[in-house]
Design a protein around this ligand. Structure first.
Ligand SMILES: Cc1cc2nc3c(=O)[nH]c(=O)nc-3n(C[C@H](O)[C@H](O)[C@H](O)COP(=O)(O)O)c2cc1C
Length: 436
């Protein structure tokens, strides 16, 4: 029998070699999109994304970190679905920035603190969290696994984890709510059409949601590059030309999305770019029309965070949408210190985009976030192994966060404060992180 430790060492040496190869300019020019992903993986010191079938984990319990699910997802998904899941926009500099942003901060551990028992619990807007890591909204999860959001809900239930549900789920909201067995947070995209917005809010309230997360970072459609990447090699742009796609999608390119909108009584074309442009007065209207707590997702500046608080929102969510909308955008961890100073404890701050490690989450918690969202990591888990994959991703992130808290001498979340992080000298942001 092969000793699991020697197997792991062999795997890691193989990955080191692949990392070296991934950094080669020759590969970079041969496969630009893939090479960029690999560069990001190298920057993150993780699985480089060039694993062959022999390196793929066969079971969620074999995973060393969340990137192991990424490779299985890549192998399992059709190219178009993989591209929908993984890509950024344009040159994908935002994807790189989201990972690189963490290197701007260093950890300041304290020693000889009793960390025999750790407490990762907290409460945000009336929702009790067993861990500050939560599941971000992502549309159409049936593209990743037939059970889609229902499998994610069962995993969230098992891990007692907060799940945000997209406006465009692959499984109806009510079914996901039943599978979760506790209130979901409902993510809202809405056009400037009040009758439709009201219907969306009413449906979420009826399904037991107590928090609505209004996503505001899509004022119109983003870059079209993703569509080109979804086509992949030999993959026709129009799904109706590809038999593999037509089997599920039928003749139209995004029929599930259209079906979802029609279920809300909306004409899909009402979601065209002009109508997605809502403003602060529309936020006020939403706030006044619902009993749900209101969170705004997609803020990146202290100016907007201030405005959000002035407009009476209950929490702000710092997000660049996983660098899927605007390229060359600042990473969320870079903007967090300034936003935390502006908000000054008036409302909780949530954050996402690029979080892959327990240490990433720790830095954000120290810089003022109350909770940290992940998107692609759990979708990799879902794509790879369904519910079990999502559970394993959550367990890994939890374990990594706990390991970090132990190393850092922080037995609970209250101890995770700005003194535990310092901006590196190269980063010109005086005051981001402080000494004891
Ligand atoms: C496939 C996919 C679909 C997404 N769909 C939505 C969505 O419907 N609504 C939304 O607010 N954000 C959506 N997002 C953005 C996520 O909520 C989140 O902001 C982002 O994934 C976090 O970055 P990360 O993937 O690097 O963790 C989506 C992200 C992905 C990867």
């Amino acid at each position: 029998m092969v000793d699991p430790d020697s197997k792991r060492v062999a795997l890691q040496s193989r990955r080191a070699l692949l990392r070296f190869l991934a950094a080669s300019p020759l590969l970079a020019t041969a496969q630009p999109v893939r090479a960029l992903e690999d560069l990001i993986a190298v920057a993150a010191d993780c699985s480089p994304g060039l694993a062959d079938a022999a390196d793929l984990i066969a079971s969620p319990v074999d995973a060393i970190n969340v990137f192991d699910f990424r490779e299985v997802a890549r192998a399992k998904l059709p190219p178009g679905h993989w591209a929908y899941l993984t890509t950024g926009v344009d040159h994908e500099m935002g994807l790189l920035a989201n990972r690189a942003g963490f290197s701007r901060f260093g950890l300041r551990p304290r020693r000889l603190v009793d960390v025999t028992s750790l407490d990762t619990t907290s409460e945000i807007l009336g929702t009790k969290l067993s861990s500050p890591v939560f599941l971000c909204p992502a549309g159409m999860q049936t593209a990743f696994h037939p059970e889609g959001e229902a499998a994610v809900a069962r995993a969230a239930r098992a891990a007692d984890c907060l799940q945000m549900l997209s406006t465009f789920p692959g499984v109806p909201l009510e079914e996901v709510a039943a599978a979760r067995g506790a209130p979901l947070w409902f993510q809202l995209y809405t056009p400037r059409l009040w009758m439709l917005t009201r219907r969306q809010l009413a449906r979420a309230e009826a399904a037991g949601c107590r928090v609505v997360v209004l996503t505001v970072d899509i004022p119109g459609y983003g870059s079209q590059d993703r569509l080109r990447r979804m086509r992949g090699p030999g993959f026709p742009f129009r799904t109706r030309d590809n038999p593999q796609c037509v089997a599920c999608h039928g003749e139209s390119r995004m029929p599930q999305l259209y079906r979802g909108l029609r279920a809300l009584g909306a004409d899909p074309f009402e979601f065209s770019s002009d109508l997605m442009t809502i403003d602060w007065s529309y936020v006020d209207r939403i706030r006044d029309a619902t009993s749900m707590k209101l969170v705004i997702k997609g803020l990146l500046t202290e100016e907007d965070a201030n405005l959000a608080v002035e407009h009476g929102v209950d929490a702000v969510m710092v997000s660049n949408h996983g660098a899927r909308q605007l390229d060359n955008v600042l990473s969320t961890i870079e903007v967090l210190p300034a936003i935390a100073r502006a908000v000054d404890g008036r409302v909780p701050i949530l954050i996402d985009s690029g979080f892959r490690r327990g240490t990433d989450a720790f830095v954000a918690l120290a810089l003022g976030a109350a909770a940290v969202g992940v998107g692609r990591p759990y979708l990799w888990g879902l794509s790879a192994f369904g519910q079990e994959g999502v559970e394993a991703v959550l367990a890994i992130l939890r374990l990594e966060l706990e390991t970090t808290m132990r190393q850092m001498g922080t037995p609970d979340l209250a101890a995770v404060d700005a003194r535990r992080v310092r901006a590196r000298a190269t980063y010109e942001a005086a005051g981001d992180g402080a000494a004891d």
